[in-house]
Write a protein that binds this ligand. Structure first.
Ligand code: ADP
Ligand code: MG
Length: 354
């Protein structure tokens, strides 16, 4: 059963920034999808679009089917109901958005009161249960946010997200502001919170290694598009797209102390979405770019192993090998230029998800 189906989603902000440019994603119920990409690639915009949380005046098109119902066209009353009971978001930096003058137990109970029509006593009791589910004692319900550590506040945010028993949790950079030890605990908590509860998870991070550890599949975004999508381990270890390969090499590998202390940088920045380069948006930074990459718009194409990548060098279903000129998924600058790849099947403009 498909929980979430995103079809040709496009988002343009009032100033003309095309932040999301035709994204297709599929999430079966109970599965975990990671969305990776550097800052500015459109990850948060995508998350906000899923629940129609974008600022007024933003142009949004495409379809966001949650349990078959299109969020983009449903009535506002229905959207409000869906926001808690259908899907809920743990926002980027959310742990700083707890109300400082209210006890955390009351803040968890609030959506329960509003959306589950529970009595105050029942909502309180549920808040206590939720605190225990996220590894805090029910007695912490009386604490104010400033009395909790960053990790504890993030646990409270997760409890709030779970409060109305949603079918989908979207976690946008849930661990970015936390130190490494706490990060690992919060990731485990998010994973446990969805596993076995038939909940879907979309986890967003700039750090592929974090996502690879938690998710079933990964989608890598660049300049508002998915440039690679496939099984988490394969994308992380043997990326097909040079951007995914660079991203994988740029961030610390979990459990690899050497890379933790010397992460390899990814030179340059993603393009300004209001002034995108022609051709493949990654070509100005791509170590294996060829002439046509500066002019041709490259669609996602299917590769072996239930993978998709938007790169002229991806051999399609013929091999699904890493991009020529990348070693173990890491780009080798200068290598691969001029190599002719085996001809893949025609690119699938619908960008179907396997
Ligand atoms: P990410 O979460 O991957 O860092 P975002 O979705 O936050 O990326 O941003 C994608 C692009 O959209 C960025 O270039 C950002 O500057 C732009 N953007 C984000 N929010 C707005 C906004 N409210 N108005 C105009 N541009 C925005
Ligand atoms: Mg973001």
């Amino acid at each position: 059963m498909t929980l979430l189906e995103v079809r040709d989603l496009r988002v343009t902000y009032p100033g003309g920034a095309a932040a999301v440019r035709g994204v297709d994603l599929t999430l079966p119920a109970g599965r975990k999808l990671g969305i990776a990409g550097e800052s500015g690639c459109g990850k948060s915009t995508l998350a906000l679009a899923l629940l129609r949380l974008l600022p007024a005046g933003t142009e949004v098109s495409g379809r966001v089917l949650l349990d078959g119902e299109d969020v983009l066209t449903m009535r506002w009353g229905r959207v409000r109901a869906v926001r808690w009971a259908g899907a809920s978001i743990v926002f980027q930096g959310a742990m700083h958005s707890l109300n400082p003058v209210h006890r955390v137990g009351d803040q968890i109970a609030e959506p329960v009161l509003l959306h589950r029509r529970a009595s105050r006593a029942r909502a309180r009791a549920l808040a206590g249960e939720l605190l225990e589910r996220v590894g805090l004692s029910a007695a912490r319900a009386t604490a104010y946010p400033h009395q909790l550590s960053g990790g504890q506040r993030q646990r409270v945010m997760i409890a709030m997200a779970l409060a109305c028993a949603p079918r989908l949790i979207v976690a946008d950079e849930p661990t970015t502001a936390l130190d490494v030890m706490v990060q690992a605990q919060i990731l485990r908590l998010i994973e446990e919170s969805v596993t076995g509860h038939d909940l879907g998870l979309i986890m967003i991070s700039h750090d592929l290694s974090v996502l690879a550890r938690t998710c079933d599949r990964l989608a890598v975004m660049y300049a508002g598009r998915v440039v690679e999508e496939g099984p988490a381990g394969a994308v992380h270890e043997r990326a097909l797209h040079p951007y995914a390969a660079a991203l994988s090499a740029a961030f610390p590998r979990v459990g690899d102390p050497a890379s933790r202390f010397a992460p390899r940088g990814l030179p340059g920045d993603p393009p300004d979405p209001a002034a995108l380069p022609a051709g493949c948006a990654f070509h100005p930074r791509c170590p294996v770019a060829r002439e046509e990459c500066a002019t041709d718009d490259i669609a996602l194409r299917e590769a072996a192993g239930s993978r998709r990548a938007a790169c002229v060098l991806v051999p399609g279903t013929a091999g699904g090998r890493p991009v020529p000129g990348t070693a173990g998924g890491r780009p080798v600058p200068g290598a691969g230029r001029g190599d002719r790849p085996p001809d893949g099947p025609p690119a699938d403009p619908s960008g179907r998800t396997a």
